[in-house]
Design a protein around this ligand. Structure first.
Ligand code: DAH
Length: 349
């Protein structure tokens, strides 16, 4: 028996003797692995004449093919054995009830966002976005609050430890109003944009959280003015709350980026201990609004001699709280399952 014949016989013997998948793997490595027997055998080729090489090569290839086939066959048999063993030893109870599965609920903020977006979209407003890490320029300067303007102290700002560039330092935006400027820089008037997003202020108690959300709207056109703003505020709030008789009150106020500026209130009364909107003579503040200051239009590359703008900004949590009676602002951000179950909405509602 030649060395090769002996090698072939040994391979088959070892394969046939394997009783599980890990031992067949070990045998495979010992034969075909990088430091396996085949590699060893191939080393002897270098001392042979070309003719011997050809004969030897043919033979070894033949052997390799047969050994591979045997390995494959044995592996398959062992795999089947393995499955057979599992099937007879493991037990599947097909009558076991399924685990309870919760498809989740829609967060009241998502619901509010969707509803108010729908109302604004129906007036031709399109969504615009801006970064939460904003430049000092966009958050303040472009909105008519230059470097030492006292209005900057109205916001308790989180400044970032990022080196300042030509737009000043970086900060967590304190309101969504910078998106107004971004939208104007990107699109030519006439335009109607709204934005919804997170804003950040260094404030924390039952009615203030360091992070909350705002909805911002901007309309720029040749002949829009304060009268449009009043009508528009009233119309979108009536639709959002689904209360046709909702009354609005506009209180003069001050924002550096609007002139004139107002704060918008809606009417309510308390009936049986519950807040009811659209009746009564009590007033609740809902947000700020105004006619866009010409300086802001100019920072947005809009010709202030030709165009006017109207804008508004509401707190999204506040809208949700009023519409759905959510009590504490902090609940919105605490991911408490009980809160979620009380105030969440079904996907199919
Ligand atoms: N940015 C203001 C704030 O955070 C809210 C606001 C007031 C936005 C008047 C406006 C506006 O667009 O016109 O307090």
């Amino acid at each position: 028996m030649s060395d090769l014949d002996r090698f072939f016989a040994t391979c088959l013997f070892e394969i046939d003797n394997c009783s599980d998948l890990s031992s067949i793997d070990a045998v495979r490595m010992a034969i075909f692995g990088k430091n396996g027997k085949i590699t060893e055998i191939m080393k002897s080729l270098k001392n042979m004449t070309p003719r011997e090489k050809r004969e030897f090569g043919e033979k070894i290839n033949n052997i390799k093919e047969k050994v591979r086939a045997r390995l494959q066959e044995k592996t398959r048999t062992l795999e089947l054995d393995d499955m057979e063993k599992k099937l007879s030893s493991e037990f599947v109870d097909v009558f076991m009830p399924a685990r309870p599965y919760s498809p989740g609920l829609v967060h009241p903020l998502s619901k509010t966002e969707e509803e108010i977006s729908g109302v604004l979209a129906s007036y031709g407003f399109r969504f615009a976005d801006g970064p939460e890490i904003e430049s000092e320029y966009m958050n303040f300067t472009a909105l008519n609050m230059p470097d030492h303007h006292p209005a900057r102290t109205m916001h308790d700002t989180f400044y970032m430890k990022i080196p300042a560039d030509k737009d000043g330092c970086k900060l967590l935006r304190t309101h969504t109003s910078p998106v107004q400027v971004r939208a104007m820089l990107q699109h030519k008037p006439p335009l109607r944009f709204f934005s919804i997003g997170r804003v950040f202020r260094n404030d924390y108690d039952a009615t203030h959280t360091p992070m909350f959300s705002q909805i911002e709207g901007l309309m720029v056109d040749i002949d829009v003015g304060f009268a449009h703003l009043k009508w528009f505020m009233s119309d979108i709030l009536k639709q959002f709350f689904a209360i046709p008789n909702l009354a609005l009150r506009f209180r003069t106020s001050f924002f550096p980026f609007t002139e004139p500026s107002v704060e918008v209130d809606i009417n309510y009364e308390i009936k049986n201990g519950k807040v009811v909107f659209g009746t009564g003579d009590k007033w609740m503040e809902i947000g700020g609004a105004g006619v866009v200051h010409p300086t802001v239009l100019e920072h947005g590359n809009v010709d202030a001699a030709k165009y006017q703008g109207i804008a508004f900004g509401f707190g999204l949590e506040r809208l949700a709280t009023l519409k759905y009676g959510v009590p504490d602002l902090r609940g919105y951000f605490e991911s408490d399952d009980r809160w979620r179950k009380s105030f969440g909405f079904s996907f199919f509602a």
